[in-house]
Write a protein that binds this ligand. Structure first.
Ligand code: C2E
Ligand code: MG
Ligand code: MG
Ligand code: MG
Length: 281
């Protein structure tokens, strides 16, 4: 009987991991074509300073429109792209596309604030990363003070001494650095004060149950306080309710989330930039 169970269990896990392995192989091949076949596109989600309500920028978020599989979200393919190295091409495509779009909006006289781009840890650690970013920004004509890079804690955790010179070089060009999903991966706060960064993005998992959850409230207040002490801007991600807006407004923390807007396609973002934004607050 035990043997029977064991075999069933084995069969169950085995077929599940086979499915996952097949998906991996599919993605691995399909991802290589995604860039060259123009299957990737960006959406943009606005970010706000709540007092007085004002757009400060937008985050560029990648999507993959596959001809057979339909729309694929980044949580499903970015980790695979990091493993198989296609993140390098994809990352360059994101940077190019966002910088050119930003420049086009500026040329149209629109106030975009900063365009914020997600950078995967493996991308940041690539020895060519810095040169590539600077080359793309130059080529696009986007003034670098309109560019922000979002890095996760995993980009600094292991070898902060290697990350710091890169961060300095980016900030010398007036590119802003934000730590994304802040609070989810920290092993040591002691080097946070040594990191040349500008902004902490409070992870959505701490925001979700605000303002009712007392523990999350304490964590979020601690992060905002830490930001204030270290002279870093703070922004909350995943703001969905009016009560959350009130909370962050009082805490003098910027906000981004479905309450204001979902990520928008280029045309919808264009329309948004042309509308009086403060009325949405
Ligand atoms: P992230 O950088 O933390 O991005 C925030 C995610 O939260 C986005 O999911 C966004 O659509 C979602 N979001 C924003 N406001 C709300 C809200 O009010 N409620 C809820 N439930 N969700 C909200 P998305 O677009 O699926 O992206 C997921 C992750 O994929 C991103 O997390 C980021 O880590 C990664 N990613 C996205 N675009 C890129 C990219 O161009 N390059 C790289 N390397 N990673 C990317
Ligand atoms: Mg992000
Ligand atoms: Mg985030
Ligand atoms: Mg997140």
């Amino acid at each position: 009987q035990a043997k029977e169970n064991g075999r069933n269990t084995y069969a169950f896990y085995s077929s599940e991991s086979t499915a996952r392995a097949l998906e991996y192989v599919f993605f691995e091949n399909a991802l290589r074509r995604a860039v060259s076949d123009n299957q990737l596109f960006l959406e943009y989600q606005p970010q706000f300073d709540l007092e007085p309500g004002k757009l400060t920028g937008m985050e560029a978020l990648i999507r993959w429109q596959h001809p057979d599989k339909g729309l694929i979200t980044p949580d499903r393919f970015i980790p695979i792209a990091e493993q198989n190295g296609t993140i390098r091409n994809i990352g360059q495509w994101v940077l190019q596309t966002a910088c050119h779009q930003g420049k086009a909006w500026l040329d149209a006289g629109l106030d975009i604030g900063r365009i914020s781009i997600n950078v995967a840890a493996s991308q940041f650690h690539d020895e060519n990363f810095l040169a590539e970013v600077l080359a793309i920004v130059d080529e696009s004509g986007l003034p670098p003070e309109h560019l922000e890079l979002e890095l996760t804690e995993s980009s600094f955790m292991h070898q902060p001494e290697r990350a710091i010179p890169k961060l300095h070089a980016l900030r010398e060009r007036n590119i802003t650095i934000a730590i994304d999903d802040f609070g989810t991966g920290f092993s040591s706060l002691s080097y946070l004060k040594r990191l040349p960064i500008d902004k902490l993005k409070i992870d959505r998992s701490f925001v979700m149950d605000l303002p009712d959850d007392e523990e999350d409230k304490a964590i979020v207040r601690a992060i905002i306080g830490l930001g204030k002490t270290l002279k870093l801007k703070t922004i909350a991600e995943g703001v969905e309710t009016e009560a959350q807006v009130a909370f962050f407004k009082q805490a003098k923390c910027d906000a981004q989330g479905f309450y204001f807007s979902r990520p928008l396609g280029t045309d919808a973002m264009d329309a948004f930039l042309r509308s009086p934004q403060t009325t949405t607050l």
